[in-house]
Ligand binder design. Structure first.
Ligand code: ADP
Length: 459
């Protein structure tokens, strides 16, 4: 230990830790494929593979005015979507802020707030901007995007399995959330008819396909990480007792963030990933998501930095308390560091001095940027493994397909999509180039509206 190690030596250590070889990726894909199959066979598996009761793809000829309400995280979003056919649509929307209290208070009150916001939207934004005037007694179909795991036996009903993403409204888990919302709709006497309850990932799948019919899979890379795809009903053993038409297809909400939870057999976790997991509010759960999604990448970076502070490598003699706060390092900082265009890495100077009150040397900044790249690249390559497992299970490789993707990590992290594509080539060889991801704009709202339209048609 006599020689002081340089930042470049430290970097090599982290390169080893965070790098995924093609061989390792192929092993993950195999295990992932098995987890998908098991989830389709039996209820309550690690990867739950939730049937959505969305039957098949839109034809592209769906048309009309539909309302969509999206309850998924920070905001409540209400939109009016006019579907015009041939992959075209128009969208008018308003956002309503949810308070922390509303997320934790009584569930019926939360749905009352949704109904109240919907009423405001119909009476103001919609009335003023769309030229839609409802006749007396006329009702608009409404798609409700409710992005928490629900078990469904039909498209317009669903039992909330458990809240996620920091929600905890009382008296809601285990209940039919569609019915709860219908009560609120009644209370406010709204001219709407709740026709579909869907997850954002399923909405993104359907909206992406409407715009680009080569779409077979959709992924979300935001606060969390999830995927959906279209499965043959004959290949979903756990639905066999329902007597559905075996010739049809149904969208599956994989909830794949749960892959490798509890047993931790397949994913390579570093000591930093293990700390993130152990200190989270749900240890052992959402293992795949914790290596990939926006909520965690900044925190993984921060934990490495804290380790190097403890070892006396970084910021000697400086007060580093601001860096010691859990989750103080947002994933958006990794994006900014990777895209710093200056030789001196002035963006990184700014982040550390402005937000964390510490000075950095150029060698340190180069190290930070390289570390951010390692963490972001690993996330993209693991995402490629998830996509590859569905591609491989469904046999999409030869023909190729498109993957609709949504979320800040996908949209804003520099080169995230390119790294997913490189990962697919590492897994599949040249044929991996047949799988292309694309950004699915407004996926959840538009998808919800299209699903409401598809549902109307089936009736
Ligand atoms: P949500 O998933 O909640 O609907 P987003 O898709 O916007 O919303 O994802 C939010 C997550 O994305 C947060 O965890 C945040 O840290 C991360 N994020 C926000 N901006 C960026 C960015 N520029 N680069 C990478 N990650 C980002």
């Amino acid at each position: 230990h006599a020689t002081k190690r340089t930042m470049a030596d430290h970097l090599r250590k982290y390169e080893q830790m965070f790098t995924l070889t093609p061989q390792r990726m192929r092993m993950i894909v195999e295990a992932f494929k098995e987890a998908l199959e098991t989830g389709l066979e039996k209820p309550e598996q690690v990867v739950p593979m939730i049937p959505t009761f969305v039957f098949g793809w839109p034809t592209g000829e769906e048309k009309g005015d539909f309302l969509a309400l999206d309850l998924g995280g920070t905001n409540l979003r209400v939109c009016l979507v006019t579907i015009q056919g041939e992959g075209k649509f128009e969208i008018t929307q308003s956002k309503y802020r949810l308070t922390e209290e509303q997320k934790q208070d009584d569930g019926q009150k939360l749905f009352d707030f949704c109904a109240e916001s919907l009423k405001t939207f119909i009476d103001t934004t919609m009335a003023e901007n769309t030229g839609i005037h409802l006749e007396k007694g006329q009702k608009l179909p409404l798609g409700f995007t409710f992005s928490y795991p629900c078990s469904q036996e039909r498209i317009d009903d669903g039992i909330l399995i458990r809240w996620t993403k920091g929600f905890g409204a009382a008296d809601t888990e285990g209940r039919n959330v569609a019915d709860m919302f219908r009560q609120s709709i009644e209370k406010y006497q709204l001219p709407v008819h709740l026709t579909a309850l869907i997850n954002d990932t399923t909405g993104t799948l359907i909206a992406s396909h409407y715009v680009n019919p080569k779409t077979r899979i959709a992924c979300i890379f935001g606060t969390g990480c999830n995927a959906a795809y279209m499965e043959h009903i004959k290949d979903i053993p756990k639905l066999q007792s329902l007597g559905l038409d075996q010739g049809l297809d149904m969208a599956i909400n994989c909830e794949w963030g749960a892959f490798d939870s509890f047993e931790h057999e397949h994913l390579p976790r570093t000591k930093y990933d293990i700390i993130v997991d152990e200190r989270s509010n749900k240890p052992g759960e959402q293992t795949f998501e914790k290596l990939i999604s926006g909520r965690y990448l900044g925190e993984i970076f921060r934990l490495v930095i804290c380790d190097l502070i403890d070892e006396g490598v970084l910021f000697l003699g400086q007060n580093t308390y601001k860096l010691e706060n859990p989750y103080a390092f947002d994933t958006a900082f990794l994006s900014l560091m990777e895209s710093d265009p200056t030789d001196e890495l002035l963006m990184i100077v700014g982040i550390f001095s402005h937000f964390f009150a510490v000075e950095t040397t150029l060698a340190e900044r180069q190290f930070f940027r390289a570390l951010a790249k390692l963490i972001g690249k690993r996330a993209a390559r693991l995402s490629a493994c998830g996509i590859a497992s569905i591609v491989s299970k469904m046999g999409y490789l030869d023909e190729g397909c498109s993957v609709g993707a949504e979320g800040s990590l996908y949209n804003k992290y520099p080169g995230f999509a390119d790294k997913i594509h490189e990962g697919l080539v590492d897994i599949f060889g040249e044929k991996g180039r047949n799988i292309i991801t694309h950004h699915a704009e407004d996926g959840s709202g538009v998808g919800s509206a299209i699903i409401a339209a598809m549902t109307k048609k089936r009736k």
